[in-house]
Write a protein that binds this ligand. Structure first.
Ligand code: HEM
Length: 280
């Protein structure tokens, strides 16, 4: 078939009458999504700034969706389902990291053109980011205050803050497999940040030394390490991109800026899984 005949053939098959059926844009609510890029300045580069944040928040929504479901799967001892979902979390994290390459095309001079329009707004107030941290077991109570003006959102965060995270579910799975875990870890208050524990370290070491016997737990551990690894890479790229754009200025959220972002790089989610690498 010649090219123009092929094109005519495709055109014949294409649907164009949507009076009684749903279009692509309607299904995806593109009207709502695409009217949300509201610049507060007339500066050209503010569009990039808005879209990069929105895209990151959309990916975070998927990460949370997968994380919440994978925690439930680990609790139910359905590890194959959790593996599938956690692999998707890691792939999504690798996508969000690519966003820094795009954002680094924003120069300090361009950003300064509209920065004052942001007021005190900052990614620090990203509630989805906090929900991800909570799901990974990192709990910081002071961030809850930010959401007090929205009761529904505050209740959602407060609930996630009290619930066991992915690592708690993984530690329960170690105990269910017969590995010895201190009782005070198993019945810990989940609203506290997780504290490193010797029995957990010993249990993971057993898993890594007897991978044939504990193959599923070993796989689970490596999925968790993937997630922490990507999250730290995200944090590092954020910190460096911020340094590139604002140097050591204070953040719009009120922190010391890059120095604060450097400090959060020290926070660990699954400490024993990293420490055991020295022991093995
Ligand atoms: C020009 C671009 C950006 C600058 C200058 C910037 C700057 C900062 C600074 C200084 C902080 C520390 C809190 C503060 O004082 O504001 C922060 C936190 C944060 N930012 Fe950004 N940021 C940028 C882009 C982004 C993007 C694209 C995202 C993606 C959603 C993001 C997400 C976050 C998050 C989640 C935090 C909290 C980190 C934590 O507390 O561990 N930022 N940002």
């Amino acid at each position: 078939m010649k090219n123009h005949e092929q094109a005519a053939d495709t055109e014949k098959a294409i649907h164009t009458d949507f009076r009684n059926s749903m279009t692509y844009g309607e299904y995806l609510h593109l009207d709502k999504i695409l009217e949300g890029q509201v610049r507060l300045s007339d500066h050209h580069d503010e569009m990039l700034f808005i879209i990069i944040h929105q895209v990151s928040e959309l990916w975070m929504k998927l990460i949370l969706h997968e994380l919440e479901s994978s925690i439930a799967a680990v609790v139910k001892e359905d590890l194959p389902t959790a593996f599938k979902q956690l692999a998707r979390v890691s792939k999504t994290q690798s996508q969000i990291i690519q966003a820094w390459d795009v954002l680094s095309t924003l120069t300090p001079s361009e950003y300064m053109e509209f920065r004052e329009k942001l007021g005190q707004a900052s990614g620090f107030q990203s509630y989805q980011y906090r929900l991800i941290e909570f799901a990974l077991g990192y709990k910081t109570p002071h961030v809850l205050k930010i959401y007090e003006k929205d009761q529904e959102l505050h209740a959602r965060l407060a609930k996630a803050y009290r619930e066991p995270g992915l690592y708690d579910a993984a530690i329960q799975a170690l105990a269910k497999a017969g590995l010895s875990i201190n009782q005070d870890v198993l019945s810990r208050d989940y609203s506290n940040p997780y504290q490193k524990d010797d029995s957990v370290q010993a249990a993971w070491l057993t898993v890594y030394r007897h991978t044939d016997r504990y193959w599923n737990l070993y796989q689970l551990a490596e999925k968790l390490v993937d997630i922490e690894d990507w999250l730290q890479q995200w944090r590092f790229r954020h910190m460096k991109t911020v340094e590139r754009i604002i140097g050591f200025k204070q953040g719009t959220g009120g922190s010391s800026g890059v120095n604060y972002l450097r400090k959060v790089l020290d926070q660990r989610f699954f400490p024993e899984l990293w420490d055991l690498r020295t022991e093995i």
